[in-house]
Write a protein that binds this ligand. Structure first.
Ligand code: NDP
Length: 327
């Protein structure tokens, strides 16, 4: 059984008199900074002197450069994009990693693939919410929390776990449950979803849209059937709440029979082979090397792929279709 930690397992007192430095004020940075402060812990936000830092100031935070925040912080949360963390770490974080400090990640990517290898005197910890930033904040303010993966890669102080759990509590994650994992497991699971599960879902949805419209179905009707009505989102929510098969009772028997009797053919051997391929690239580090080369080259492939996706005719149609079904 996975080990799960709740509020009673986490002592916020561990963070008393300490400063949590939040580096980056984006999706996770803003949400985590606000939650940690509302949990009674002192926070300083560090980043480049620009609009983002102004936003942190406007939210009432003490701010400074990345280097200044890393100097002040007892726990340094690196909440900037994964592919820029290595350079920022080398220049602005590493010089301030004195013994007793902890470096916290919201994703195990850089330590797991060895892009960041903190000195052995530093605690290396992870609180990785399984939720986008706005969800981390909204749930917290609603008195709820979001699940997180928690891990310790390096326990130099002997107190890395109490620090990790206190941080998870301050973010609101132990309200619902913080699941113990490792940097490797979190990274590989996260990437497997991103490299196989979501591409398969996106491809099947867009491919079905292309197929249906090519076969004479009205584009708006196809979109509404596939995802624009939000029924698909509702089904995913119910899956999380009552189970992937448990939620089937919300559908007609005709629907249930159709799904169950045709489920196997939706995952042919070729698709299973893609799963194995995705996992192999994650485990042997070839995706991480590819992404690092892509960053170094100025994101040429990423830019081309994203532009092509945003130029797909479905984008315009979605805008029009949303207007048709907005209440
Ligand atoms: P964002 O893309 O939202 O980070 C943006 C922030 O990073 C901004 O403050 C930006 O400042 C700053 N930043 C960008 N480039 C640099 C740079 N070169 N030097 C200094 N600061 C920089 O990141 P996320 O919140 O999406 O991700 C942060 C971490 O959280 C990652 O490890 C990610 O994997 C993890 N994570 C993210 C989730 C999410 O919801 N997105 C979910 C769970 C984990 P500026 O405006 O100046 O560029």
């Amino acid at each position: 059984m996975a080990k799960v930690y709740y509020d009673d397992d986490a002592d916020l007192g561990v963070l008393k008199g300490k400063v949590v430095a939040i580096i980056g004020y984006g999706n996770q940075g803003r949400a985590q900074a606000l939650n940690i402060r509302d949990s009674g812990v002192e926070v300083m936000v560090g980043g480049m002197a620009d609009a983002t830092l102004e936003a942190a100031k406007a939210d009432g935070f003490r701010t400074g450069s990345t280097s200044e925040a890393a100097e002040v912080g007892d726990i340094i949360c690196l909440l900037i994009p994964d592919e820029v963390q290595q350079a920022v770490y080398q220049k602005d974080i590493l010089p301030h990693l004195r013994p007793g400090k902890a470096l916290d990640f919201a994703h195990g990517y850089n330590p797991h693939y060895g892009f960041i290898s903190p000195p052995k005197e530093t605690d290396v910890i992870m609180v990785a919410p399984r939720m986008i930033g706005v969800g981390v904040r909204d749930n917290y303010t609603a008195g709820k929390g979001v699940p997180a993966f928690v891990a310790v890669q390096q326990d130099s102080s002997g107190k890395a776990w109490p620090k990790t759990l206190a941080l998870a509590r301050a973010i609101g994650c132990t309200r619902t449950g913080a699941i113990e994992t490792s940097f490797a497991e979190e990274t590989e699971l996260d990437h497997f979803s991103e490299h196989f599960v979501w591409p398969a879902i996106f491809r099947i949805l867009v491919g079905s849209f292309d197929f249906l419209t090519a076969n004479g179905f009205q584009p708006e009707a196809a979109l509404i059937e596939l995802w624009a009505s939000k029924e698909a989102a509702e089904v995913l929510t119910r899956m999380a709440e009552v189970g992937i098969f448990g939620q089937m009772d919300f559908h007609s028997q005709t629907s249930q029979y159709g799904t169950l009797s045709r489920m196997e053919r939706a995952l042919p051997a070729a698709t299973r082979a893609c799963m194995a391929e995705a996992l192999a690239e994650i485990k042997d580090g070839s995706f991480a090397r590819e992404w690092e080369q892509e960053r170094a080259a100025g994101y040429p492939v990423f830019t081309r792929l994203k532009r092509a996706a945003l130029n797909h005719p479905v984008n315009d149609l979605e805008r029009e279709t949303r207007k048709l079904v907005e209440g």
